[in-house]
Design a protein around this ligand. Structure first.
Ligand code: SF4
Ligand code: SF4
Length: 260
């Protein structure tokens, strides 16, 4: 009998492997996940991996070597749908926050010295859409379990995943939290994509932005608000850059121009 299950591959580039671990951590649902789809490749979960044509490829991690660029292009070429999962794949990760190539080179040398890389050449960290077309994005550092299971169920049924258009503040307000920003605490909720359930603020901690930047977030407004509240400019910039990867480059450039 012909196998009618969707062929899926789960791949990891550079990152902490937290998203792959999160999938494995769906303990109660894991057998159902493996039964519902034909998981052809998932290095963290199985050893009999096949690198053939796929219906869906889930890619975690940022691109940091020339070898990974080739791997990624090969995945794209073999897959009908490519989904970026986790912060590193969607925006480049914390490792992408050094936006100035000179600064990146200096830091690279500081860590590795003048070591000659023989197996591959390192490149500055970038999200996967810097090299290939991406169909869907699942943000988060790491992605959330509920978010993954909803996404997986929808895509198996042929429905595109729903993308949140709201900032974390919306869920924060639904949860009736007192606004930390109003209390003078640096919270990045207004700039961050919703989806985590505002978990940090529910525990009285400010949002650090780990779900990644919201496309419609008003950085300029938040920047001036925080400045008005007396936060140091460098501190604001670093906080904003932490989980924004390469997607904050143009905003920071504008700020630099303003300084001159
Ligand atoms: S606490 Fe943070 S996430 Fe909640 S409403 Fe205020 S700024 Fe938004
Ligand atoms: S840092 Fe922000 S986006 Fe990340 S889990 Fe906490 S509240 Fe959610």
């Amino acid at each position: 009998m012909e196998n009618s299950k969707l062929k899926i591959g789960i791949y990891e580039l550079t990152g902490c492997a937290g998203d792959a671990l999160l999938i494995l951590d769906c303990e109660k649902e894991l057998i159902d996940i493996f039964n519902a789809a034909d998981i052809q490749s998932f290095v963290m979960a199985k050893s009999d991996n096949i690198e053939g044509d796929l219906d869906i490829a889930l890619v975690e991690g940022s691109v940091t070597t020339e070898k990974e660029i080739e791997e990624l292009k090969d995945i794209r070429q073999r897959s009908k749908i490519v989904v970026a999962i986790g912060l590193c794949a969607t925006v480049g990760g914390i490792q992408a926050r050094f936006l100035d190539p000179k600064e990146w080179n200096e830091r690279f040398k500081k860590v590795y010295g003048n070591i000659e890389m023989t197996h591959t050449k390192p490149v500055q960290s970038k999200p996967i859409d810097a090299y290939i077309d991406v169909d869907f994005y699942l943000p988060g550092c790491p992605i959330g379990k509920e978010q993954f299971l909803i996404f997986f169920t929808r895509i198996l049924k042929g429905n595109p995943p729903e993308k949140s258009q709201n900032p974390v503040c919306v869920t924060c307000k639904y949860n009736e939290n007192d606004c930390l920003l109003k209390k003078g605490i640096l919270c990045l909720g207004p700039l961050t994509e919703d989806g985590c359930g505002a978990i940090c603020i529910n525990h009285n901690l400010p949002c650090a932005g780990c779900w990644g930047p919201l496309k419609t977030g008003n950085r300029t407004s938040e920047y001036y608000l925080l400045k008005e509240k007396g936060f140091d400019v460098e501190h604001i910039k670093k906080k904003m850059a932490n989980y924004s990867g390469t997607k904050i480059a143009s905003f920071l450039k504008e700020l630099e121009k303003e300084k001159k």
